[in-house]
Design a protein around this ligand. Structure first.
Ligand SMILES: Cc1ncc(COP(=O)(O)O)c(C=O)c1O
Length: 397
């Protein structure tokens, strides 16, 4: 630990996703043809009507000034309307806080809810920002492993077994990162009812709500179990649905007094999210949805290609992902040390993916592939991977 850095930050780890992206970029810069499956972001440009709205906003001096830290009133209304339209959860704009991406919403939610020592129940494998953000506010993460045979979905029995008097928040993510799991409505209802019965808050991360495929449907815990709504904090944003990761607009939806508390936190920390980005988000949420649907179609085609080709690699087994844009194959029969395997694939096959251990220790034995990549690249990457793995044991020694 460097001298002078407070313990709360010294123990925070860097994002593994960013680290792999940086290594892949370095290899590319050195002339190696690396195919990237690491990044958790759409490869499409932001839809044109959204970009045009931002251009108009940038030219309007009213957007050159501070605006309310809790978010532009028009965007808070657009989020409330969109939520009622898309998930069926009816809220007023006073429940909405515009944040710096979904990450800002997770941070604000934990800041508002956690006292030191409060437990956060976290089904694994999980997106790493949850335990890191919870720890900043003294939260103690209790990890609950989910199994591939159970579709990587946690059950009420597992939650009940993990619950203690200090359990304060359940993190519930569907569709999920890194597994691509989607909970069916009856399971969402049962989990929401369980949380409500025990006075547990649900941090429901709905950022992949529109990226569901086949017969899977997205459902919101606040709708399936209305009794959970008074203790529900929904995290969402424009990043994944509208290919807007760099614009940094997310939001949380919470009971008005929680929303107001997060707004006060932002008034002393970030202030408002950039007005131009907020105006772009208004265009995304209120404008035509066809561009988002076209991206979802493309993701679905890539998902099917990816799943088929992963299935053709000896020793590897994969659950068909139902949502988000990730495949999460088990590689234990090739190498139980998935970090070593991911390193090999990067250096020997020029294929950048993430070890499942980037999503907690229960990700050991898995690799995560983002299919935010065109079909040709996916095909070429998986061809290279299959070829490299055919000589893997010899290579590792
Ligand atoms: C499950 C989940 N929630 C939230 C986010 C945060 O998205 P952003 O902060 O870019 O809006 C991500 C990004 O990878 C994610 O995978």
């Amino acid at each position: 630990m460097s001298e002078g850095i407070a313990r709360r930050l010294a123990s925070i780890s860097d994002s593994a996703t960013m680290a792999v992206t940086a290594r892949a970029a370095a290899l590319k810069a050195a002339g190696r043809p690396v195919i990237g499956f690491g990044a958790g972001e759409p490869d499409f440009p932001t839809p044109a009507h959204v970009v045009e709205a931002a251009q108009r906003a940038a030219a309007d001096p009213k957007n050159h000034r501070y605006s309310p830290a809790i978010g532009l009133p028009e965007l808070r209304v657009a989020v409330a309307d969109k939520t009622a339209r898309d998930s069926g959860f009816e809220v007023g704009p006073e429940s909405v806080v515009i944040t710096n991406g979904g990450k800002g919403a997770v941070f604000g939610a934990f800041a508002a809810l956690l006292e030191p020592g409060d437990e956060v129940l976290l089904p694994a494998p999980y997106w790493v920002s949850y335990p890191e953000a919870a720890a900043l506010f003294g939260g103690v993460t209790k990890v609950i492993p989910t199994a591939v045979d159970a579709g990587f979905r946690v059950t009420v029995d597992q939650l009940e077994a993990a619950r203690t008097e200090r359990s304060k928040v359940l993190v519930f993510v569907s569709p999920g990162n890194p597994t691509g799991a989607v909970y069916p409505p009856d399971e969402v209802a049962a989990i929401g009812a369980w949380a409500a019965a025990h006075g547990i808050w649900v941090l429901a991360d709905e950022i992949y709500e529109h990226l569901v495929y086949g017969s899977s449907v997205f459902s919101s815990v606040a709708v399936e179990a209305p009794e959970s709504a008074p203790r529900c904090v929904i995290v969402n944003g424009v990043a994944k649905t509208f290919a807007m990761t760099g614009w940094r607009v997310g939001w949380l939806i919470a009971p008005p007094e929680v929303a107001a508390a997060v707004g006060r936190l932002q008034s002393h920390s970030t202030s408002n999210v950039a007005n131009v980005s907020q105006r772009a988000a208004i265009a995304a949420l209120t404008g035509p949805f066809e561009p988002a649907l076209a991206m979802r179609e493309a993701f679905d085609r890539r998902r099917r290609t990816m799943h088929r080709m992963l299935g053709e690699i000896p020793g590897l087994s994969a659950m068909e992902p139902q949502g988000a844009f990730y495949a999460f194959p088990n590689v234990t029969r090739i190498d139980p040390d998935s970090k070593r395997l991911a390193d090999f694939l990067l250096t020997e096959a020029g294929v950048a993916c993430l070890s499942g251990t980037a999503f907690g220790r229960y990700g050991q034995g898995y690799l995560r592939f983002s299919y935010a990549n065109n079909v040709e690249q996916i095909q070429e990457g998986l061809r290279r991977m299959k070829e490299a793995l055919s000589r893997y044991p010899a290579a590792v020694g």
